[in-house]
Design a protein around this ligand. Sequence first.
Ligand SMILES: [Zn+2]
Length: 447
Amino acid sequence: MAPKRKPKKKKKTSHKRLFFIIVILILIYILFNKTNKENDSVSTIALAKEIFNNIDTTSYASIDRYIVYGTHLNIEGSIQINENNTIQNVEVIAKNINGQELPIDTEYTYEDDILSFSTLKEINTGLNLETLQTTNYYMLLKLQFPNNETKYYSLKNDTEYGNIEYYTLTRNNANQKININFNTFENIPFLGLNITKVNELPQNVYDVVIDPGHGGNDTGAISGRYEEAEIVLDCAKELKKQLEEIGLKVLITRDGTESPEEYNTYNIYDEEGRVTLANESHAKILISLHLNSNESDSVDGGVEVYVAPNCDLTLAKKLADNIVKTANTEYSEMESYKEENGVYVRTIDVGKSRNILTSRNYNGIFDLIPYLFIIRETGGIATGAYVDGTDSDYSENIYRNSNVGVESYLIELGYINVNKDLNNILRKQNLYMQAITNSIKTFYEIN
Ligand SMILES: [Zn+2]
């Protein structure tokens, strides 16, 4: 009995001991975590203090305009500076809590004590939201004077626009969520970027939108039995497949199931219209696929990539170059609107349209408004979207006043009435799409 009882007792003690050890481990874990969190929040505040202690709180820069177009954030504003000094350099910067400064290319003028600044030289350059670390950033105006003195000013929101929630493109099945927030720290107004990792995009957020041109009772260009709307739909489905294979979340604006009677060029702004779908997708890039046609045969085929004015053309050029190389086709010979080989910027003649635009209280940034509606109307105020329903043929683009826009590229893959183009596209559409996929993959550094 005794030997039996002894081990039993021992066993009980060891259970008790084990229980205590577990409790202690849990307590240590909780305590450690709590201390860690406290340290985190203490250091965040300390670093915020360090950043805000260094800034001149006697005045703030006022933001008149801020825009997220594609993958970039840009701001424009002014500040009153009563300095007898000459200002040597002006830069908008994003400073993170580790003290790292990201300078953003800034243009400025300084007249009658008013310093006006803008990072909006090109609407798709500026602060690249895709390259930020998972931490907090503060947007500041940095002024440098000849005596090596540097002053920082915080930014106050004087626009009609509020905070923005931005999701980066999907890379390795992960995204970053960027809260672009206007806030105050001890009564100092500031613009901050809070960046966290997320494992999945919200249901209504996409990386890329593909827009197969035309559809329904709008066939687009025709050559014999071939219709533009059908060919570009096939291409779009192939492109969607390829982009999904590199991990991107893709929305297509039509899939061929649209009713021919109901779907036409005039309902592009309706609830299910391509402009509304694109704007609601929160996508960063839109690729619109088309085939050209030229009745007079004055152009001997080739690729044309259309992009908004005031854009950096790197991606447009990459798209055109890759298509020419991969699909063994040619750059279009068309000279009108040409910026580079295969890259085109076509704008509305504002002079002629000024009365219409004025009657619609048009308040665009640039006098250069994209001619192609899919590029213009998906960019919000960055591209001067202006369709407000005044024209009874079209419904209203409810996103025309948005300060968040999709960076849109319209690609004329070739000419449907030029046989070598049509044959090439019918035979090698997967190579045309491969060229587009590779351009996006390398330009945005996906995977
Ligand atoms: Zn077309």
